[in-house]
Design a protein around this ligand. Structure first.
Ligand code: GLN
Length: 289
């Protein structure tokens, strides 16, 4: 169907643009330039010590923190679970949280997770408040205008949830129906494009859209397949339609032009893929069945 083709085209465009930016525009991180040209021999060693200490301090001041912006309402990629401890010591766990934790470890950094609205993630990256956006975030052409994306680490499908007994059997039946989505997500964007703004009800969290479906306020919910499976399994009276609505790919977003961090992330991701660690993380949260 139309959307699928569009998405695949977008993925191709992303791949093209990723390799384009991988070529490396100039990097802007200013390395502290230690000036060790102390004339007095006596104090040279001391000066060196001081420089090393200063460098260490500078590193620490740089924080060595990797600040991840996410919206922890998206199981199994990121969600709160008070029975678990996430990679930053909070109760935010999930595939993205663990991948980011592994990347931070690989880079010798400390992961800090910020739980914010999904549609605030890109502005946080742009303003420099967060370093990475890891939120089951789909690579799209529009987003590529505002942020850069890492290599992809997962494929996903936008699916349709309806109530059991619904007459909606596939995307074509959605015309003139009210569709619930999470605000600012690709489900929102595609549904608005295909069926018109007036037929789309936007909610802050995916689970709110699912509640609206249960209450009969909307006729269907369009959302990513993995959270969809979780929400359907947690609520009686819902079902997932077989027909996929759109295919997409997840990647980690960084501030536009931050090629240094992007390269580091891609390097770490490649290692995680090669060592099997990435598969292990996914398997921990998604059973093969
Ligand atoms: N993959 C969807 C998007 O990028 C939804 C992500 C989410 O809700 N966390 O828009």
């Amino acid at each position: 169907m139309k959307k699928k083709v569009l998405c695949l085209l977008m993925a191709a465009a992303c791949a093209a643009s990723l390799s384009a930016c991988g070529g490396g525009a100039s990097e802007t991180t200013a390395a502290a330039a230690p000036d060790a040209t102390t004339a007095e021999g006596n104090t040279a060693a001391k000066a060196e010590d001081t420089t090393a200490a200063e460098e260490e301090k500078a590193d620490a001041a740089e924080g060595k923190q990797l600040i991840m912006a996410t919206n922890a309402e998206f199981p199994p990629y990121e969600y709160h679970d008070s029975s678990m401890t996430g990679p930053d010591g909070s109760d935010i766990v999930g595939i993205d949280a663990e991948i980011a934790g592994a990347i931070a470890e690989n880079l010798g950094m400390e992961l800090v997770i910020e739980d914010i609205a999904f549609d605030s993630i890109i502005p946080e990256l742009q303003s420099g408040k967060a370093d990475i956006g890891a939120a089951g975030m789909t690579v799209t052409e529009d987003r590529l205008v505002n942020v850069d994306f890492s290599d992809t680490y997962a494929t996903a499908v936008q699916v349709i949830i309806v109530t059991e007994g619904s007459e909606i059997a596939g995307p074509d039946d959605l015309a003139e129906k009210i569709i619930g989505v999470q605000q600012g997500t690709t489900g929102d964007i595609y549904a608005s494009d295909d069926f018109g703004d007036e037929n789309v009800d936007r909610y802050p969290k995916g689970v709110d859209a699912v509640q609206a479906l249960l209450q009969g306020k909307v006729d269907a919910v369009i959302i990513d397949n993995e959270p969809a499976k979780v929400f359907v399994s947690e609520n009686e009276g819902l079902k997932l339609l077989d027909a996929a609505y759109a295919e997409e790919e997840y990647a980690i977003a960084v501030k536009k032009g931050n090629t240094e961090l992007l390269d580091q992330i891609n390097g770490a991701l490649a290692e995680l893929k090669e060592s099997g660690a990435l598969d292990e993380i996914v398997a921990k949260y998604i059973s093969a069945e």
